[in-house]
Design a protein around this ligand. Structure first.
Ligand code: GLU
Length: 331
């Protein structure tokens, strides 16, 4: 046995495992069809840096991600990382919901060992496919001492990002994952992990959230703000029994005057309302006094899809809005 780190690779599907009929076809492919064994066979260089062992968890287009798969994945990651023989986990994943899976795991993984998510924007069959180098970098990152204790990470396009702040910003470009104002945590330079910053927000070992004893999360839906809005979607999801609403508001979480009565009625029924923003950048902070009096949660700099995850996990612990706001301020 060599002394290289032992990295487990969990494969979920996505474009990194995608296949097209033509090597110039970058978008007309089927996601999640190639096995992890095939992906690893394309990068024999990986053996210089780690002992890798791949396991297929699912083989899906990540647009179809479900909470059920998240629960399975989180349980698997936590079990693997309890094993002293495992030094880190890499998860191959479709890019469309990669940021959501990363943030979910950031809140429910209990270990400080590296967990790195990776995907690709071009299918494995494409000329200049980005999957092989991204996967090699992800394994080298997970095998590095530098990645320990940094929370769940994303390795894409030679950059290292933190799960909380990274988001997919471009529909097709390989340079799609960005953390906007807050920036990347570092770079993979020639395969070496170089960190320049780390998050100040709680994650993994310091997280208070746990899936123990749960089989699903309270339902939280997102309502996207727009001109000429009315309350019909809000009323419909309230009737459907949601426990929380993320309002992807305008600017600093601004609420349309015709949607506002719907949110007020939802809050009166005990549905927790959080204001996030459709801007994609910056924080949602206190603004209209009425929304403060109503104790609508301010989602800080979490985008709506990540605010949805935090609110769902928060609601597994409490319905107290002061306590939930504390969680949004800390995670
Ligand atoms: N929609 C697919 C997915 O998220 C393909 C996108 C990708 O992986 O880049 O799995």
């Amino acid at each position: 046995m060599n002394t290289l780190p032992n990295i487990k690779i969990l494969a979920m599907g996505g474009t990194i495992a995608g296949s097209a009929a033509d090597d110039t076809d970058m978008t007309g492919y089927q996601a999640g069809v190639l096995s992890i064994e095939l992906l690893l066979a394309a990068i024999p260089q990986i053996k210089q840096y780690a002992n890798v062992d791949g396991q297929q968890v699912c083989d899906i287009d990540s647009c179809d991600m479900t909470e059920e798969i998240w629960f399975q994945l989180a349980a698997k990651v936590n079990t693997l990382l309890l094993d002293e023989a495992i030094d880190g986990v890499v998860i191959t994943h479709g890019t469309d919901t990669l940021e959501e899976t990363a943030y979910f795991l950031n809140l429910v993984v209990t270990s400080e060992k590296p967990v790195v998510l990776v995907g690709a924007m071009r299918p494995a069959t494409a000329m200049s496919a980005d999957g092989p180098i991204n996967l090699l970098n992800a394994v080298r990152l997970a095998a590095s001492k530098e990645a320990f204790g940094k929370g769940v990470l994303v390795a894409m396009n030679d950059e290292i990002h933190g799960a909380r702040d990274v988001t997919k910003t471009n529909t097709v470009n390989v340079s799609t994952f960005k953390a906007w104002d807050l920036g990347a945590l570092g770079y993979m330079n020639n395969g070496k992990a170089n960190f320049y910053r780390m998050t100040t927000r709680k994650h993994t070992k310091k997280s208070e959230f746990s899936l123990a004893g749960l089989t699903n999360l309270p339902q939280v839906e997102i309502v996207y703000a727009h001109a000429n809005q009315n309350r019909c979607i809000i009323d419909a999801i309230a009737r459907a029994g949601v426990k929380g609403i993320i309002y992807a508001g305008m600017g600093n979480g601004g609420i349309h005057m015709n949607a506002e009565p719907g949110l007020i009625d939802a809050a009166k029924e005990g549905i927790v309302v959080a204001r996030s923003s459709r801007c994609g950048n910056g924080c949602v902070v206190a603004s209209n006094h009425k929304w403060e009096e109503l104790q609508f949660i301010k989602a800080d700099s979490l985008n709506p899809q990540k605010a949805r995850i935090l609110l769902a996990l928060a609601l597994t612990k409490t319905k107290d809005v002061i306590e939930i706001q504390r969680m949004f301020d800390e995670y």
